[in-house]
Design a protein around this ligand. Sequence first.
Ligand code: HEC
Length: 714
Amino acid sequence: MHVELARHERSRRSGWRWAWLAAAVLLASLANATQPTAARVDRQRLLAADKEPGNWMAHGRTYSEQRFSPLERINDGNVAQLGLAWHARLDIDHGTEATPLVIDGVMYTTGARSIVYAFDARSGTLLWKYDPKVPGDRLGKGCCDIVNRGVAAWNGRIYFASFDGRLIALDARRGRKVWEVQTVDLKRSYTVTGAPRIVNGKVIIGNGGAEFGVRGYVTAYDARNGRQAWRFYTVPAGPAKPGDDAVTKMMAASWPAGAVWAFGGGGTVWDSMAYDPQLNLLYLGVGNASPWNRYVRNPGRGDNLFLSSIVALNADNGRYVWHYQTTPNEGWDYTATQHLILADLPLGEQMVPVIMQAPKNGFFYVLDRRNGKLVSAQPFSKVTWATHVDLATGRPVENPDVSDYSQQAKLTWPGPLGAHNWNPMAYSPRTGLVYIPEQEAPFPYINDPNARFNRRGWNTGVTLPPAPEDAASVAQMLQLFKGSLLAWDPVQQKPAWKVPYKSPGNGGLLATAGNLVFQGTADGRFVAYSADKGETLWQTDAQSGIVAAPISYAVDGEQYIAVMVGWGGGFPRYAGQIAAQNQVRTVSRVLVYKLGGSQVLPALAALAPADPPPPSTADAATIDRGRQLFSAHCSFCHGAAAVSGGSVPDLRRMSVATRQSFAGIVLGGLRLQAGMPAFAELLSLPDVEAINAYLVKRAHDEIAERVQQSSATP
Ligand code: HEC
């Protein structure tokens, strides 16, 4: 009986509890209804984005991706009064590539390791943070740093993709996860660094990893629940699955018999997309081949569709509509993943709806975006692999003296860093100019005819050249590398003005109606130029190299300019000797400026002087073996010839403690969470000792160079 009574009592109490719970839920939902929901972005709002210029609601601000802000309170007359409004430090100091969104006074952005942040856009107060906790063993699998280029917003949610390929939807107000879906096959070295785009309630995301050997595709997911809507593969699956529709047949025919499929084909869509709402076309920028080496991949010399192409799809079902291939039979890592801009240009008598791109291969393309017809193409940088683009055929005309590297190494402009990389351009409809972070960065392509696919490392089929180590050869090499801000007239296809920089690898662009262009530089400055003439009107010290593109927004009538700061990405890693000229380090932050802003960045702590290296006692053969192992396994992150470009630790200057745990770091994965892979599968202890011997030797080289330099200067 006692038992009965107790049960009755319990059920009575739980009945009360239910009533209370229901009331609480009702009250909470009433409170919700009166609180403005965050990030309420939808199709109507995005299409009318120019009516609310204070917000930056999509990656390139609007679907046309022009990165032009109509705000003009800050302009060429008052920009000299710009000062820091607020700044915020990110969790880890790594390459920082995101374009923030600002919606109704809240900034949503990402840092390295795919961490998402929401800040009060006026004060910089952190509202929430979401860390997708990417497993350490995935962080070493990217070519170009553990970066992320930003989020998308839709109907009260924030969408982003993690480095390990998950697409994640967060509730915009609190940053809590709503759903998550794995978008890549983890058996291959796929990574995701790009920002999703959202069209008609579908979240669209690509992927990367072509250097390691993957097959590229984009997928659209229902924004409400993460259900897959469609997927579009950019290269065929191989001869085993020929396919029967016209598009698959066209693709397959461009990969003649003999094509090597083990490397996956490549063609990853790792960054750019744009959308035309009238045509309902989604434009994709498609990446390079896997492997790069066309003599290994493509002995039949087919075009290999859709490598290095711009592809237009029906946004609702992902069906192919048209394509334009910038580099048929790609063989140089010439991605066409670079920024795509939609605009209407006065060409002849008419305004023509065009799509514009300055891909790695060095030509500036203007296409009719209704049908993909080439309007014009001219080199915007030094180009030696092709003489010109034939307007009748729409194809580049190769210069075989340079482009044929099957028998001997060919120093070629551009190289894999591209005449323009991912760093976004901007287009100002006021000046009619496109602003390009242009660069000259050649590369000696060397055919490795014996290249075989391996699951663990880089798979380019192109041998990395030995980097010069003596001062004279290094100086000679540095002469070849240049960077600039180039203002390009897309109608005339010629430069309007140009500002030279110390090196390649400078940041993305923002153009504003205030006749301004903003750009961060590799040497750690944030600069405002006049958009029409390229005069420097204002600049400030950002304490770190900048690679991301700035944005502008307004809250309560105050206009702000914001930029993500943090030296890193692909360039300062492999090209360490070139990047080191900028003498910057990586300090990852959001920096936000306004007229009369008076905040000051705290001074950076001075770097502790390097511990002296142990004596170099290894024999020449061991050092040489270490050099080769370093070049094959370490140089693309720690810099050719073991010179760091500032974004990763310089291995010539390791502390005594680091030297003691060297094998544990390299073989055992002690620094996995910071993006330093473990090499236990690839290297033995004697290998690691040889690498260490080479690094000790390089440490002594550096000390000797310093002594020489100081005795040379009077
Ligand atoms: C995918 C990029 C990548 C590759 C490849 C790579 N590293 Fe690293 N490594 C890193 C990063 C990033 C760090 C910084 C980790 C940190 O901040 O603690 C690092 C740190 C280190 C450190 C610690 C240095 C210090 O002073 O703290 C050592 C030692 C090291 N790496 C050795 C190597 C060696 C040897 C190889 C080749 C066998 C190699 N790494 C290949 C990215 C890489």
